[in-house]
Design a protein around this ligand. Structure first.
Ligand SMILES: Nc1ncnc2c1ncn2[C@@H]1O[C@H](COP(=O)(O)OP(=O)(O)OP(=O)(O)O)[C@@H](O)[C@H]1O
Ligand SMILES: [Mg+2]
Length: 269
């Protein structure tokens, strides 16, 4: 017999992330805020996606659940095939260290450590160490275009450089999933572009799945998949480039229909 999850009845297998009917209620005194109302999502390895939506629509809440920073009120979350919904704090910490890299708006680098030391640190702490910390850190920083800043401290780096160091740190243990909450939120447009290019390189070369929360439409237009949250619901799930093409084609058709721009010789027959 079909169970309650018959319409989403996956077990996470084949997906780097599967979220099933996630709800998150938050208590504000007497009032219950329904931050997420019923969000289901499947993401395959190597996708490059963004989550957008108005302020308060639940973006950070969703990212926190996906990243195992918080637990849902109901629903299930699978990361790389593993059900993380009911893990205890110790096991959840292990999943976070091995499977998930985080990047934040304000970089969160350790100010007293150099770029190299910041990136090497999570490798030194890995339970099953797969890499030589300094060698791996150097390789990652070189890949992200900051290989000439190994011994600089965060205060001696620009915002774009600091964020690339933070991305290198997030990738230190080669997680399948990289999550960013407004990773370009405190950068000017030039640095933002450099960071977006770095994230795209990571996705292409390491096949890392990248999920970004953003308010920036320039950032949102560059991803392959755009998920829109409205009031805790998943309102839309599209390829923004296809959407832009469809919108442009529609506009062209309308302008031609009104005679605002001329028809092509073979059109309209
Ligand atoms: N700790 C909390 N306690 C109570 N309510 C909360 C808490 N954190 C968030 N909320 C509420 O949950 C809803 C979703 O918040 P969330 O931070 O996920 O929004 P967001 O989409 O990330 O917004 P923004 O774009 O402003 O960052 C909001 O209505 C918010 O007020
Ligand atoms: Mg937020």
């Amino acid at each position: 017999m079909a169970n309650a999850y018959s319409n989403t009845n996956g077990n996470g297998r084949g997906y780097v992330l599967e979220a099933q009917e996630l709800r998150k209620d938050l208590q504000m005194g007497e009032v219950t805020v329904h931050a997420l109302r019923n969000v289901s999502l499947r993401v395959t390895q190597g996708e490059f996606m963004a989550i957008i939506g108005p302020s308060g629509s639940g973006k950070s809440t969703l990212l926190g659940l996906i990243g195992g920073l918080d637990t849902p009120t109901s629903g299930r979350i699978f990361i790389d095939g593993q059900d993380i919904t009911n893990l205890n704090e110790r096991d959840l910490t292990r999943v976070r260290n091995e499977k998930i890299g985080f990047v934040f708006q304000f970089f969160n680098l350790i100010p007293t450590l150099t770029a190299l030391e910041n990136v090497a640190l999570p490798i030194q702490f890995a339970a099953k160490r797969k890499y030589s910390p300094n060698k791996r850190a150097k390789e990652l920083l070189e890949m992200l275009g900051v290989g000439d800043r190994l011994h600089h401290r965060p205060s001696q780096l620009s915002g774009g450089q600091q964020q690339r160091v933070a991305i290198a740190r997030a990738l230190a243990n080669n997680p399948p999933l990289l999550l960013g909450d407004e990773p370009t939120g405190s950068l000017d447009s030039g640095s933002s572009e450099v960071v977006m290019k770095a994230l795209r390189d990571v996705q292409r070369h390491m096949n890392t799945t990248v999920i970004l929360v953003t308010h920036n439409m320039e950032v949102a237009s560059q991803v392959d998949r755009l998920v829109t949250l409205v009031d805790g619901h998943l309102a839309e799930d599209t390829d923004p480039r296809t959407t832009a093409q469809i919108a442009a084609a529609r506009m062209l058709r309308e302008k031609r229909a009104t005679g605002e721009i001329p028809m092509l010789p073979l059109e309209g027959r």
